[in-house]
Write a protein that binds this ligand. Structure first.
Ligand SMILES: [Zn+2]
Length: 229
């Protein structure tokens, strides 16, 4: 076999052992690449499962993000690692600051995501237990005509408490964190929490809903003068 031209050298390399070696390098290269890829996915998934959660910075009143209408999420966005981690971080942030609910605009993400949970909160010691509830693209499809006044506060409004009239029961049509359609019938404290948090997705804070700003109180004064009413 002549090896003095490029064509003949290539034929020599690709014939016999050369061809097998060439094939094997390619084959094992692909396997190695995929193992690396799988390992990367496994690491991401492990990090997702095992916490690695972050406490997010809470947007305060005056930040324009609290006044925007939040964007709805597509099925693809809901399933993304980014949104799933954001949900975990929102839960972690809500627990860290003793809230009973948090909407994504409150952590600078103008997205239609809400987390609600109440289990022995110090900020809302009188609140009944609500299991962790995740809402995506929620819509209130029913409001009871009956309304009741109740004291509300908000992580974005500092240490204030104010009286807000709310429907005593609501129905919410929403997606859960897996993107599955769910309907929630709620009354009492849970209904108030749902109305408060879904307001955030529409750029509304509880101060906008107050009929009279005269009872707006700091937390200490609320506890001293109003809480035992
Ligand atoms: Zn709030």
């Amino acid at each position: 076999m002549k090896c003095n031209t490029w064509e003949s050298r290539k034929d020599a390399i690709l014939s016999g052992y050369g061809k097998t070696l060439y094939f094997m390098i390619g084959f094992f290269g692909i396997i190695y690449y995929n193992i690396g890829n799988l390992r990367l996915h496994a690491v991401c998934y492990y990090a997702h499962l095992e916490g690695n959660m972050s406490i997010l910075k809470v947007a305060r009143l005056g930040n324009p993000v609290l006044r925007q209408t939040a964007a709805t999420l597509t099925a693809e966005e809901i399933n993304s690692l980014y949104v799933q981690k954001l949900i975990d971080d929102m839960v972690e942030t809500m627990r860290e600051y003793e809230g009973v609910g948090l909407a994504a605009p409150q952590v600078h993400e103008s997205k239609q995501i809400v987390v609600i949970e109440s289990a022995g909160s110090i900020r809302y010691s009188e609140a009944p237990n609500i299991p962790l509830t995740i809402l995506i693209n929620p819509v209130i499809s029913y409001y009871s005509e009956e309304k009741a006044d109740g004291w509300e506060g908000c992580l974005s409004v500092g240490d204030f408490r104010g009286v807000v009239p709310r429907s005593t029961s609501v129905k919410v049509d929403t997606l859960n964190r897996k993107g599955k359609k769910v309907s929630i019938d709620a009354s009492g404290f849970f209904a108030i929490a749902l109305q408060h948090e879904i307001d955030h997705l529409n750029g509304i804070v509880f101060l906008d809903r107050m009929k009279d700003l005269k009872n707006l109180s700091f937390l200490k004064e609320y506890e001293r003068y109003w809480a035992k009413e």
